[in-house]
Each structure stands twice: as C-alpha cells, then as structure tokens.
Design a protein around this ligand. Structure first.
Ligand code: B1M
Length: 223
C-alpha cells in the first residue's frame, strides 16, 4: 500500500538526491510506515540497484557516493524512529562494532549497530577503516561481550580473520564473541576464520547477538 512512497525512496537513492531521501523518510514517519520496511524495501533496494549499475559500468564512483549520501540523509530521519520503537530497557550485552581496515563502507555496519542499539544492546561504534589494535583496545575498554566486524570488499574480508586472530592473541577469546557480516561475507567464511557467527542482515545480527548472549548459539550460524 506504500508502493508509491517506496518507489520514491528507491528513486531518491538512485538519483543521489538527499533532499528527496530525507523528505520521503519524513513522509514515511508521518504515515506510520515501519522504518525497517522503508530501509529495506525503499532505500537499500535503491542502493542495490546502484551497486548493480556500478558493476555493469552504467554508474560510476561519484554516483555511488551521492547514493550513499542520500542514504545517510534518510537514515538520519529514521534512526530516532527505530530507537523510539525499542521497548527494551535492560542492557542485553555490550557490542563493539566497526568496518575493517582499508574499507570505508559504513551503511550496513551503521544499520546493524542501530538495530542492536534499538534492541537493547550497548553499542560502541568504532567507525570505518578500523585497525585490528583498535578493535582489541575497544573490546578491553568497554568489556565487550561481542565484537562485530563488517567488510564489504573481497579484498578487505581478510581483516575479519585478523580481528579474530588479534583478539585471540590478546587473550580475549573465546570470552569475547566475534560476529561478521557484509555483502561478500558468507557463513563458510565465518566458519573458516573461527568467528562465532555470521548474519546476512541487520535483523539477523540482532537475533544472532541475542543467541550468543544466551549462550545457545552454534559457531558461525546464520542469524
Ligand atoms: Co562500494 N563497492 N566501493 N562504495 N559499494 C560495493 C560493496 C560493490 C559490491 C559495488 C559493485 O561493484 N557492485 C563493490 C565491491 C566488490 C567486491 O569487492 N566484491 C564496491 C567497490 C568495488 C568499491 C570501491 C573499490 C570502488 C572504487 O573505488 N573503484 C570503493 C572502495 C572504498 C573502500 O572501502 N576502500 C568503494 C566505495 C564506495 C563508496 C564510498 C562510494 C560508497 C560507500 C559510502 C559509505 O558507506 N559511506 C559505496 C557504496 C554505497 C557501495 C554499494 C553500492 C552499497 C553498499 C551499501 O551500503 N549497501 C555496494 C554495492 C552493493 O552492496 N550492492 C558497493 C547497503 C547496506 C545496507 O548493505 O553494506 O551489504 P550492506 O550491509 C548489510 C549486510 O551486508 C549486513 O547487514 C547489512 C544490513 O542489512 N551486514 C552485516 C553488513 N555488515 C554487517 C556486520 C555484521 C552483520 C551483518 O556483523 C558485525
């Protein structure tokens, strides 16, 4: 029933129009649309299209940058909505999250962080291009239960292995769990590097983190 609005959301990302992205997000809030539907079926769907066009050579880096900027404008409107919908009061666990060294993709990582936060986790977001040492330092500093490591490039996925190994070398494993995700990441990869879990999306990451806190999760299961 929100098809027209969802189409306008997708178009705002494909056109890299941040005003339209923010405006459609405000409209979604006014109409009571579930913010997750707006994000997944609207904006992220637009981003996927941009990615496919980039692969096909029909769009270029500046187009991806504008699309990302528009996405951030929409998220700025929707984030308080996500937080407001959270009924959770008790802290379910402490999570340190970041995108690996050499990788500046942040939209998916931000979404995962936001969903974890809205679901009652205490989230410490280290940002993008995060060196292994910073993950370790932050895990200690915040007494993290879970370290979440995002990677969007096939060339930077190895950074996830480095974080798992770095935490182990620092004596923090297996107490600190590691979850991984990002477009090129698979369950098989998570298992290969010895991560505790993999999720293909933000909602799955919440389910996975919750199960890990309950101590009921098998290694590298899909969230
Ligand atoms: Co770039 N990029 N990009 N990019 N970019 C991709 C990833 C790419 C697939 C595009 C393509 O070719 N089709 C391709 C990677 C190819 C590969 O390695 N397999 C690519 C490339 C090549 C590049 C550059 C190398 C381009 C260049 O310079 N020639 C360059 C690299 C820069 C760098 O990092 N060093 C680059 C740059 C950029 C921008 C800066 C322009 C911009 C990012 C801006 C920003 O984040 N602020 C950008 C964008 C926007 C994309 C696409 C179009 C969209 C990514 C995105 O935000 N998706 C992307 C194409 C695509 O993915 N279809 C592409 C939406 C987001 C919600 O999804 O991030 O997958 P995603 O997150 C999901 C799940 O993966 C999961 O949950 C999220 C929510 O559902 N998830 C987790 C993510 N992290 C998780 C962590 C978890 C659990 C789940 O636990 C911890």
């Amino acid at each position: 029933m929100h098809e027209e609005l969802l189409a306008a959301m997708r178009a705002s990302i494909v056109d890299g129009d941040q005003d339209a992205a923010a405006e459609t997000a405000r409209q979604a809030v006014a109409e009571g649309m579930d913010p997750l539907v707006a994000i997944d079926d609207g904006y992220v769907s637009g981003l996927s299209h941009v990615g496919a066009c980039f692969s096909a050579g029909d769009m270029f880096l500046p187009d991806m940058m504008l699309a990302a900027r528009a996405m951030k404008a929409a998220m700025a409107v929707l984030e308080p909505e996500l937080a407001a919908r959270s009924a959770q009061r008790r802290v379910r666990g402490r999570v340190v999250i970041g995108t690996v060294k050499g990788d500046i993709h942040e939209i998916g990582k931000n979404l995962v962080g936001m969903m974890l936060s809205a679901s009652g986790f205490e989230v410490h977001d280290l940002g993008v291009d995060v060196p292994v040492d910073r993950f370790i330092e932050a895990a200690r500093e915040h007494r993290a239960d879970i370290v979440g490591v995002s990677a969007l490039l096939t060339t930077t996925m190895t950074g996830q292995r480095a974080v798992v190994e770095g935490l182990a070398a620092a004596g923090l494993r297996p107490g600190v769990k590691v979850i991984v995700g990002g477009a090129p990441v698979t369950r098989a990869w998570a298992a290969e590097i010895g991560a505790d879990g993999y999720s293909e999306d933000a909602m799955g990451a919440v389910a996975l983190a919750t199960r890990l806190m309950d101590g009921a999760d098998a290694p590298a299961s899909v969230g």
